[in-house]
Design a protein around this ligand. Structure first.
Ligand SMILES: Cc1cc2nc3c(=O)[nH]c(=O)nc-3n(C[C@H](O)[C@H](O)[C@H](O)COP(=O)(O)OP(=O)(O)OC[C@H]3O[C@@H](n4cnc5c(N)ncnc54)[C@H](O)[C@@H]3O)c2cc1C
Length: 385
């Protein structure tokens, strides 16, 4: 990978910077963290602006509606949007960062044409229906059942921790289509409309008071067989593609944000006197080094993914996810030390970010599971069981 910028890339950066300077002041006020319909409208509105300006799906393949940009242009985009304080993907997380890329890599031409343009245009929101009350780390033991009836599957079961379920139009849903097969072989990956009869959503509140995820109940929901991505009972392989995107590339924009946050923290510490504490300074310095290394790992992962067939990231995603989620928690623990009593107020964005950082070592596969993957698939150690 070449880490210097070509003239074309510098030109791309300059044009993007100028566009951001023009559009960001025109954005409406950000909705409150618990106003989910408002957040959906805000996030889709930003996505629509990106689409109209030709920046949506920058690194997606051209035949999936993207612009086929180079990995470097993609990273420049993340750097510049973050530097300018532009909105992040928000409610579009699943659609843009893992359901969409999965459909781009695994879907038929009809499926790509149906589902990808509305994600890029900012018309439709997706959620992820993978985890179940008894199937989290051991996802392949999922029990939501899909029975074939003519051209439909009839689906019953329940999903849990479904982020953005209340405001989603579509769900990437894992179902068991062959209960007699070994557990990894009887699963299929479906796109389910969230307004289908039989779908009900019960919001779950986090410790910060926000209902950002939900339990989703499915009672004889009919989903066309045509909505299946990949072959029947081959859904585990498709799931691995989704999880590779989720762990490998979905969080890269956040690394840029964390580096900016770290700078902000150092400035706050200088202003409020906490900077005089050498232990705190050492901690901030170590985090600076850690996020610098994570950014390099990000560049490597993105570059590797965009060179691979279908743009699917490799197991390096588990190394990144493991290191990033712990570094993020340490960043916000350090923020609490810098801010003192201020960090206890739920009115402070810092506090909410700190609370949400606790979930990072659980969501998208726990740290223990990432360690198992690194041990078995990268280091070649024997399987635990
Ligand atoms: C903020 C957030 C958002 C989420 N959003 C979604 C979403 O949109 N859609 C969705 O489908 N899911 C979502 N999840 C669910 C998430 O994927 C699961 O919580 C996660 O996979 C862990 O599953 P579990 O909660 O059932 O824990 P369990 O699997 O019950 O694990 C409990 C503990 O046991 C450990 N453990 C389990 N198995 C092993 C093993 N083999 N080796 C070592 N340790 C092990 C785990 O590491 C963990 O510490 C979200 C979770 C969070 C926190």
């Amino acid at each position: 990978m070449d880490l210097t910028y070509t003239e074309e890339e510098q030109d791309f950066r300059a044009r993007l910077r100028a566009w951001l300077a023009k559009v960001l002041p025109e954005l409406p006020a950000k909705p409150s963290p618990d106003d989910w319909p408002g957040r959906r409208a805000y996030d889709l509105g930003w996505q629509r602006r990106l689409y109209e300006a030709g920046y949506a799906g920058l690194h997606w393949p051209v035949d999936a509606g993207g612009r086929g940009a180079t990995p470097t242009q993609h990273l420049i985009f993340l750097e510049e949007t973050e530097r300018a304080g532009a909105p992040y993907v928000g409610a579009n997380f699943v659609g843009l960062l893992h359901a969409g890329p999965t459909i781009a890599a695994e879907g038929t031409a009809e499926q790509r044409a149906r589902w990808l343009p509305p994600v890029l245009r900012g018309d439709e929101v997706w959620c992820q229906g993978f985890s179940e009350p008894d199937a989290g780390s051991d996802l392949a033991s999922l029990r939501t059942r899909a029975v074939r009836d003519g051209d439909d599957y009839v689906i019953s079961g329940s999903k849990i921790w479904t982020s953005h379920a209340e405001v989603a139009d579509w769900c990437e849903l894992l179902v068991r289509t062959d209960p007699g097969a070994p557990k990894h072989r009887g699963i299929s990956w479906l796109a389910m409309p969230m307004d289908a009869p039989g779908v009900s959503v019960r919001p779950l509140r986090t410790l910060a008071g926000s209902a950002e995820f939900a339990q989703v109940f499915l009672d004889e929901v009919r989903v066309p067989v045509a909505n299946r991505v990949g072959a029947e009972n081959d859904g585990w392989r498709v799931t691995m593609v989704t999880l590779s995107f989720e762990r490998g590339t979905a969080f890269v924009g956040e690394v840029v944000a964390c580096r900016r946050t770290l700078g902000e923290l150092a400035r706050t510490a200088k202003a409020n006197g906490r900077w005089d504490d050498p232990v705190l300074r050492r901690r901030l310095g170590r985090l600076y080094g850690e996020f610098g290394a994570l950014w390099r790992l990000t560049q490597w992962n993105v570059s590797e993914a965009e060179r691979s067939a279908g743009g699917v990231p490799g197991t390096g995603g588990s190394v990144f996810k493991l290191a990033y989620s712990h570094a993020r928690q340490e960043l916000y623990d350090t923020a609490a030390e810098v801010l003192g009593a201020r960090s206890l107020s739920l009115e402070e964005e810092w506090t909410l970010d700190r609370l949400s950082s606790l979930s990072y070592t659980i969501a998208a596969g726990t740290s223990q599971i990432q360690r198992n993957i690194v041990a078995e698939r990268i280091l070649g150690l024997p399987k635990g069981r």
